[in-house]
Design a protein around this ligand. Structure first.
Ligand code: AMP
Length: 144
């Protein structure tokens, strides 16, 4: 299955913040949108990604003054992205090996979506479920 299939069902929406947005604003977005990571973008260009884990670690290091710092102070700059033509299996493997749960999707250099570990697991389970149903139907057919 391709990443494009996940985006067809969940849509292209990606929550973004600017690098100079405050961490307080980032927290508002994470809570309001009920998500775990936000893409940091500048004029439609992905310049980083920041997840709830980054905030937790930085809060532990710096304390509450952190909230007025810019998102750029804590974001990960080397963003792993995928394309709509990548397979769900490959992206799932990269997430497991690299230990992150969010991957922005680019097409022709443009941000066209984001997939989370939850989206990937859901899609893989649905493929397994279809395979199981097909095998069951095959076995029933041979018994009849
Ligand atoms: P997450 O599992 O998404 O909460 O992220 C765990 C750590 O990996 C955090 O430091 C994130 O900034 C970083 N991270 C998350 N997604 C990506 C990504 N696609 N590319 C690079 N780093 C990432």
């Amino acid at each position: 299955m391709l990443i494009a299939a996940i985006l067809r069902s969940k849509g292209p929406e990606v929550v973004r913040v600017a690098p100079d947005a405050t961490i307080a604003l980032l927290l508002t977005e994470l809570a309001r949108q009920d998500i775990g990571a936000v893409v940091v973008a500048e004029d439609d260009r992905v310049v980083g990604i920041v997840s709830e884990r980054d905030v937790v670690r930085a809060l532990q290091r710096s304390g509450p003054e952190l909230l007025s710092d810019p998102v750029s102070a804590i974001m990960t700059r080397d963003v792993f992205t995928c394309s709509t033509e990548d397979t769900v299996e490959d992206v799932s493997e990269a997430m497991t090996l690299r230990r992150f749960r969010h991957v922005p999707v680019l097409s022709g250099g443009r941000l066209v979506g984001i997939v989370s570990i939850g989206d990937v697991v859901k899609s893989r389970l649905s493929v397994l479920e279809d395979d199981r149903a097909a095998l069951e139907a095959y076995i029933q057919g041979r018994r009849a």
